[in-house]
Design a protein around this ligand. Structure first.
Ligand SMILES: Cc1cc2nc3c(=O)[nH]c(=O)nc-3n(C[C@H](O)[C@H](O)[C@H](O)COP(=O)(O)OP(=O)(O)OC[C@H]3O[C@@H](n4cnc5c(N)ncnc54)[C@H](O)[C@@H]3O)c2cc1C
Length: 268
């Protein structure tokens, strides 16, 4: 639960950034507020950006652009999203808690927070997504994940190349709506493949040797083994490192096989 002293609706992104960086330090941007409210937190200012028009889904000259305020639920229901990339965006978030929750959680809060178990980040990485910050500008999602973050800045949108890429998603959960033990997204554009593995329990990363293997026709079995070898895995209360490594080989293989068959992605 958090306690908020001042709840602010800025009238522009410039004003929102000023609030975050100026004399009102101790402020936080509110996305869905669902992660922020965990634990005890005292916010001097909550900067609510929901009135800044950041909740659009736009098809723009070769890009699908998701505003930071787009909710996860809209990824499951908006035809501009469900009709692309084999429907992976909606499918990959469909096990997160429940519909009411996904009606609140935002794309911006999810990507900004860089949570290791994020289903959405795993998927976006496999789609070559880019992130747009108000001050820092645009960068690849992978670059953002590897950086020190953008404190005091506002994530305004996520952009995905609208290039006809198909993708498949696999995750394993101990129960239907639990956090994933492991999350895998594989995408394909002709012979150009991407493999992304999240919840290792570290934040999603690309498995580049597995990608190269698939791109030269090496097959799903071998790609799964390579992904398991090349990435770093760890243990937490949901699973141990060895189990995750073995699981990665299986889930990467399954997702790649789905795309080899030309089928749409399916939740494991
Ligand atoms: C109980 C629970 C279970 C969950 N289970 C899963 C799961 O199984 N799989 C999964 O992938 N995820 C899961 N999540 C994470 C969830 O999907 C969201 O990723 C998370 O709640 C953050 O999104 P939000 O919109 O609520 O962000 P918020 O809580 O509003 O914000 C998160 C952080 O990002 C900052 N922020 C928000 N928006 C912006 C912005 N536009 N620009 C800059 N900074 C911003 C906030 O200040 C805060 O620091 C779970 C979360 C909870 C609470």
């Amino acid at each position: 639960m958090y306690r908020i002293e001042n709840y602010v609706f800025p009238s522009s992104l410039e004003e929102a950034c000023r609030l975050l960086n100026g004399d009102l330090r101790g402020s936080a941007v509110l996305g869905g507020g669902c992660w922020l409210r965990l634990g005890r937190r005292h916010l001097r200012n909550a900067v609510d950006i929901s009135r800044l028009g950041l909740d659009g889904i736009e098809e723009k000259e070769g890009w699908l652009e998701l505003g930071a305020g787009v909710t996860l639920r809209r990824l499951e229901t908006d035809l501009a999203v469900t009709g692309r990339f084999g429907g992976i965006l909606g499918r990959s978030v469909s096990s997160i808690v429940g519909v009411q929750f996904r009606n609140m959680v935002t794309v911006g809060g999810t990507v900004y927070a860089r949570l290791g178990f994020s289903d959405l980040i795993t998927t976006l990485l496999s789609l070559d997504a880019r992130v747009v910050f108000y001050r820092a500008g645009e960068m690849g999602l992978g670059e953002y994940l590897a950086s020190n973050g953008c404190p005091g800045d506002i994530l305004t949108a996520v952009r995905i190349p609208d290039d006809g890429r198909q993708a498949a998603y696999e995750s394993l959960r101990r129960s239907r709506t639990d956090f994933p033990v492991l999350a895998v997204a594989v995408s394909r554009l002709g012979e150009d493949w991407r493999v992304s593995v999240g919840a290792r329990p570290f934040v999603a990363a690309r498995a580049e040797r597995a990608e190269a293997c698939l791109s030269r026709g090496g097959g799903a079995d071998q790609a799964g083994e390579l992904a398991a070898q090349e990435l770093r895995f760890g243990s937490n209360l949901r699973a141990g490192e060895d189990y995750r490594r073995k699981l990665a080989a299986v889930l990467v293989r399954r997702a790649a096989q789905t795309l080899e068959r030309g089928g749409e992605g399916c939740e494991g």
